[in-house]
Design a protein around this ligand. Structure first.
Ligand SMILES: Nc1ncnc2c1ncn2[C@@H]1O[C@H](COP(=O)(O)OP(=O)(O)OP(=O)(O)O)[C@@H](O)[C@H]1O
Length: 524
C-alpha cells in the first residue's frame, strides 16, 4: 500500500466526509517486460482537482488509461462513486461519467466547434442527431462553465486554449462528472494557463471532479486540492499543495535530493553557424507564414524563438531543415549558402534536429530503439561499418545513450512504442547530440519530460553550447526559453516582432509580447 511520505491529506476538517468520485485499489498493470503500475492506490474526492505527478515512465499515463477503460488492469479494483466497475473500453468509462482530454487534441480542423463536439457522440432515441438540440446544449455548457465557445467557429481558426476548451466541452457534452486531463498546460502560454485554471475552478464549483497529470510542479501547487505522487509504478504518497514546496514534491518524485540550479555565463563567439536572410515561406495559397525573417545564430549561442503555437515557428524550423521551399531569402550554414540543399545534406553538414512531433518526424514507433538510434544517421558510425549496417555497434551505442540520458527501458531491442513519452524524447535528444552537430534545431526539446530529466537535458545542452554548439530553441515552456536562451526573439504572425534580453524579461512580459498585447518597442 501507499505510504504518506509528506503531510497526509485529510487536513481540512470535514474533508474526509466528502465521498470519493474515484478510488483505485491495488491496481497492477503489466506490459511485456515491464510492470507499469504496481499496487497503486488513488483516492479522489468528489469536487476536487487532483494532480498526479511523477517522473517520466513512472506510470501516470498507464494509470489514467486504465481508469478511462483503454487498458484493463491485471489486478486491483476501480470504484466510481463508491461502486466497483470493470471497463472494457472508453465507452464504458464514458457511460460511468469519466471523460478524458488527451494531450494531443483529437479535433477535426475543418469542422466547426459544434460538429466537433457532437462528432462520435450518441444520436438521440430517434436515431438522428438533433442539431438544434445539440447547439442548445453546447451553448448551455459553454455558459455554465464560462468556456466562451462559439458553436459555428471553425476549429482551424481557434488558438490552442480554445481548442482545449472544445475538448473539455466534448467531454462535458457526454455528461462526464470526472474529467481526466493529460498534461493540459504543456502547450499553453501563462495567460492561457490562467484561463484554463479559471475553467477548472468553474468545473469544481459545479461539483465536477478533475484529475490531471502535470510536470509543472508550481502549477500543480497552485491549482490542485490534493496531489498523488507516483514513483516507479507505485504510489509513494499524497501531498498537500498548501504545505509542500515544488522542491519537496520533486524530491518525493525522484526519491532523492535535487541539485541546485547554477548561474549562467555567456559562451557566445562571433562566428555565425546559421544565418537566415529575408526568409519567407508561404502556405498553399500565397499567404506568408514566415515573413521576411532575418536572424543569426553564433557559435556557443542559444537563440530562443518564443511564440504562441501556430505563428510560423514550425515553418521556420522547416525552412532551416530544408523541409519546405523558400518563397524568398536564403539560409547559410557556417557561411555557406545551403538554400538549395536537401534535409539530408544539411544533417550531414552538421545540423542536429529535435522535431516537434516526435511520432511523425523523430521516431519509428514500431521499430526497436537501436534502429531509432540510427534513424536519420544511417550513413555514419555507429550505423555502418564499411558498406554494412553495424547492428552490434548500433545496439552498443544505444545502450550508451540509454545510460547517459537515463532512458528507462529494458534494452536496445525494446520497441519504441513501449517507452513513455518522456523516455522517447530522451532517446531522440541523445541521438541528435551524439552526432556532435554544429547547429541544433530543437523544437520543444523537453516537452513531456519530467523535472529530473529536464534538468539533465538542459545541462547537456549547456555543456554542448559551451563547446561551441549553436542552438535554435523553439519552446512553449517559457521558463525553458528564458533559462536557456542567450538571445530571445518573439514570433507573431510569421514575423520576428521583438528581441528581448532573457536575463531581464519575466514570463508574464514574454507572454504579453507573444500574444501581441504589448507594443514592439523592445524590438532591436
Ligand atoms: N503499450 C505499452 N507496452 C509496453 N510498455 C508500456 C506500454 N505503455 C507504457 N509502457 C511502459 O510502462 C511504463 C509507464 O509508462 P507511462 O507512459 O505510464 O509513464 P508516464 O508516467 O506517463 O511517463 P511520461 O511522463 O514520460 O509520459 C514505462 O516503463 C513504459 O515504457
Amino acid at each position: 500500500m501507499a505510504s504518506a511520505d509528506s503531510p497526509a491529506d485529510g487536513h481540512g476538517g470535514a474533508a474526509d466526509d466528502v465521498p470519493l468520485a474515484v478510488e483505485l485499489r491495488g491496481i497492477t498493470k503489466r506490459f511485456p517486460g515491464v510492470v507499469a503500475n504496481r499496487d497503486i492506490a488513488l483516492r479522489v474526492r468528489r469536487g476536487e482537482v487532483h494532480a498526479i505527478v511523477g517522473e517520466n515512465g513512472a506510470g501516470k499515463s498507464t494509470l489514467m488509461r486504465t481508469l478511462y477503460g483503454e487498458h484493463r488492469p491485471d489486478e486491483g479494483q476501480i470504484l466510481v462513486d463508491g461502486r466497483e466497475v470493470a471497463f472494457r473500453s472508453p465507452a464504458d468509462a464514458i457511460a460511468a461519467g469519466i471523460g478524458m482530454v488527451h494531450q494531443h487534441f483529437m479535433l477535426a480542423d475543418n469542422f466547426t466547434v459544434l460538429e466537433n463536439v457532437v462528432l462520435g457522440s450518441e444520436p438521440t432515441k430517434a436515431g438522428r442527431l438533433d442539431l438544434a438540440e445539440a447547439r442548445r446544449r453546447i451553448t448551455d455548457i459553454s455558459d455554465r462553465y464560462s468556456l466562451g465557445l462559439r458553436p459555428d467557429a471553425l476549429v482551424e481558426d481557434l488558438g490552442v486554449g480554445d481548442r482545449q476548451r472544445v475538448e473539455i466541452a466534448k467531454v462535458l457534452y457526454r455528461d462526464a462528472r470526472t474529467l481526466i486531463l493529460d498534461e493540459p498546460t504543456a502547450v499553453l502560454v501563462p495567460q492561457e494557463v490562467d484561463e484554463l485554471f479559471a475553467n477548472l475552478a468553474e468545473l469544481k464549483r459545479e461539483g465536477l471532479t478533475v484529475i490531471f497529470i502535470s510536470h509543472k510542479l508550481d502549477e500543480v501547487r497552485r491549482v490542485a486540492d490534493s496531489i498523488t505522487v507516483i514513483r516507479r509504478g507505485t504510489t509513494v504518497g499524497t501531498a498537500d499543495p498548501r504545505t509542500t514546496t515544488a522542491r519537496q514534491l520533486a524530491e518525493l518524485m525522484v526519491g532523492a535530493e535535487l541539485p541546485s540550479p547554477e548561474v549562467r555565463t555567456s559562451t557566445v563567439r562571433e562566428v555565425p553557424v546559421l544565418q537566415m536572410v529575408g526568409v519567407t515561406v508561404t502556405d498553399g495559397g500565397r499567404r506568408p507564414v514566415v515573413d521576411d525573417v532575418t536572424l543569426t545564430v553564433r557559435e556557443g549561442e542559444v537563440v530562443g524563438i518564443a511564440g504562441v503555437e501556430g505563428n510560423g515557428q514550425a515553418e521556420l524550423v522547416d525552412a532551416i531543415m530544408g523541409l519546405r521551399p523558400l518563397a524568398a531569402g536564403s539560409v547559410l550554414l557556417g557561411g555557406e549558402d545551403v538554400t538549395g540543399w536537401s534535409t539530408r545534406a544539411r544533417r550531414e553538414g552538421g545540423v542536429g534536429f529535435i522535431p516537434e512531433d516526435r511520432h511523425r518526424q523523430g521516431m519509428l514507433l514500431d521499430a526497436p530503439l537501436w534502429e531509432n538510434r540510427i534513424l536519420g544517421h544511417q550513413t555514419r558510425p555507429p550505423a555502418v561499418r564499411g558498406p554494412f549496417i553495424d547492428r552490434r555497434g548500433a545496439r552498443a551505442d544505444t545502450a550508451r545513450i540509454m545510460r547517459e540520458y537515463d532512458v528507462r527501458a529494458p534494452g536496445p531491442d525494446t520497441l519504441a512504442v513501449a517507452l513513455s513519452g518522456g523516455n522517447q524524447q530522451k532517446l531522440i535528444v541523445g541521438r541528435e547530440m551524439s552526432a556532435k552537430p554544429r547547429l541544433l534545431v530543437a523544437a520543444h526539446p523537453t516537452r513531456g519530460v519530467d523535472v529530473g530529466a529536464q534538468a539533465v537535458i538542459w545541462e547537456l545542452l549547456k555543456d554542448a553550447r559551451a563547446e561551441g554548439l549553436g542552438i535554435v530553441l523553439i519552446s512553449a515552456d517559457l521558463d525553458e526559453l528564458i533559462g536557456l536562451s542567450d538571445t530571445l526573439h518573439v514570433m507573431l504572425r510569421g514575423r520576428l516582432v521583438a528581441t528581448l534580453d532573457p536575463r531581464r524579461v519575466t514570463p508574464e512580459e514574454l507572454g504579453g509580447h507573444m500574444t501581441g498585447a504589448r507594443t514592439t518597442a523592445g524590438a532591436a
